[in-house]
Ligand binder design. Structure first.
Ligand SMILES: [Zn+2]
Length: 281
C-alpha cells in the first residue's frame, strides 16, 4: 500500500486540526482512511474555516462505524471527492464495500456467506426489508463461525449492479441494534434519522445521546461560544419532530465526550439491552 501518514483520533483539538491539515497538504495523500466520526470532525473544521480540499485526495474510505448520510455529504463537501464506505466486523464473518458506480455494499461471498434474517428466524424476502446480518466466515480454518449473529441490521438491494460485478448487494447497513433509540412505546428509531450536518447543530461542537430507559434520552452537548437558549429550543424542537413526540430529551452540557477504548466516537450510548427489534428482558 505504500506510504502511510497516521494521525491520532484522540487529539483532535482546534490547534491539532490545523497541524493535521498542514501535514496532510505536505504529505499529498491519494486516499484518506478514517472512522466517519473522526473524519467528520476534520471535515467540519475545514468547511467552517473555509479550508480548501486537498487536491491529491481521490477518495475518502470509511469503515468500522455506521456512515450516516449527513457525514457522507459533509465529507464529500470538505474533501471534494467521493466517499467510499465498507462494512465488516472484527470477527471477520462479513466483508462488503461500495463500488465506483453505486453506494450499495457489494458482499464478497468468497470471504463470508451473508444472510438477512427476520424476527421469525427465517430469511427476509425481497429488497428493502430490514433483517439481521447473519454470516458464515469462509477464511478462518482455526475457529470457523457458522451463521454468526452480528446484531447489525441491513436491507438487501436488487442486483446486479451497473458496474457488472455479480456480488449480492446490501442497500443499507443500519448498523448495530445498539445504534437505535427506543421510544416510549418501544419503537426503534435509527440514529441515521438524526441529521447533524444541518443548521440545528451549528453552535454545537459535539453531541452524544445516552439512553437507559425507553422513551427517555439524555443529550450531552459541548457548546460553541455562540450557543444560547435559542439553540436549545431549536434542537429540542427538531428532535421532537424526529422522535414524533415519543421520546423525552434532557440536555446536559458537558466539556468533554469520551471515546471508546478503540478511539471510536459514539453518537449513542445505548444501555438498554436490545434484541432483534425490541427490548430483550
Ligand atoms: Zn457495483
Amino acid at each position: 500500500f505504500g506510504r502511510w501518514l497516521l494521525m491520532s483520533a484522540y487529539h483532535m483539538t482546534e490547534e491539532a486540526l490545523l497541524a493535521y491539515i498542514r501535514e496532510i497538504r505536505r504529505f499529498r495523500p491519494r486516499f484518506i482512511q478514517a472512522y466517519p466520526s473522526t473524519a467528520a470532525i476534520l471535515a467540519r473544521y475545514m468547511v467552517e474555516h473555509g479550508v480548501a480540499p486537498f487536491p491529491t485526495v481521490k477518495a475518502v474510505l470509511c469503515g468500522s462505524e455506521n456512515l450516516y448520510p449527513w457525514q457522507r455529504d459533509l465529507l464529500a463537501e470538505a474533501f471534494g471527492c467521493r466517499v467510499f464506505s465498507w462494512y465488516g466486523n472484527s470477527e471477520q464473518t462479513v466483508l462488503a464495500g461500495e463500488c465506483e458506480e453505486s453506494t450499495h455494499y457489494h458482499i464478497f461471498p468468497e470471504y463470508g456467506v451473508v444472510e438477512l434474517i427476520g424476527r421469525d428466524g427465517r430469511p427476509v424476502e425481497g429488497p428493502g426489508v430490514l433483517g439481521e446480518v447473519v454470516a458464515t466466515n469462509l477464511t478462518n480454518y482455526i475457529c470457523p463461525l457458522i451463521r454468526y449473529r452480528t446484531m447489525d441490521l441491513a436491507t438487501a438491494a436488487t442486483g446486479p449492479c451497473t458496474c457488472g460485478r455479480h456480488y449480492p448487494l446490501l442497500e443499507r447497513v443500519e448498523g448495530r441494534l445498539q445504534d437505535f433509540i427506543v421510544t416510549n412505546n418501544h419503537r426503534l428509531i435509527s440514529m441515521t434519522a438524526v441529521n447533524m450536518h444541518s443548521d440545528v447543530f451549528d453552535n454545537v461542537v459535539q453531541f452524544q445521546f445516552y439512553q437507559e430507559r425507553a422513551g427517555e434520552v439524555l443529550l450531552r452537548l459541548i457548546k460553541k461560544p455562540g450557543y444560547n437558549d435559542r439553540d436549545t429550543g431549536y434542537i429540542l424542537g427538531e428532535l421532537d419532530k424526529k422522535f414524533e413526540g415519543d421520546v423525552d430529551v434532557t440536555i446536559h452540557f458537558v466539556t468533554e465526550i469520551p471515546r471508546t477504548r478503540r478511539g471510536k466516537y459514539q453518537f449513542l450510548v445505548q444501555k438498554l439491552p436490545l434484541d432483534r427489534w425490541g427490548i430483550s428482558v
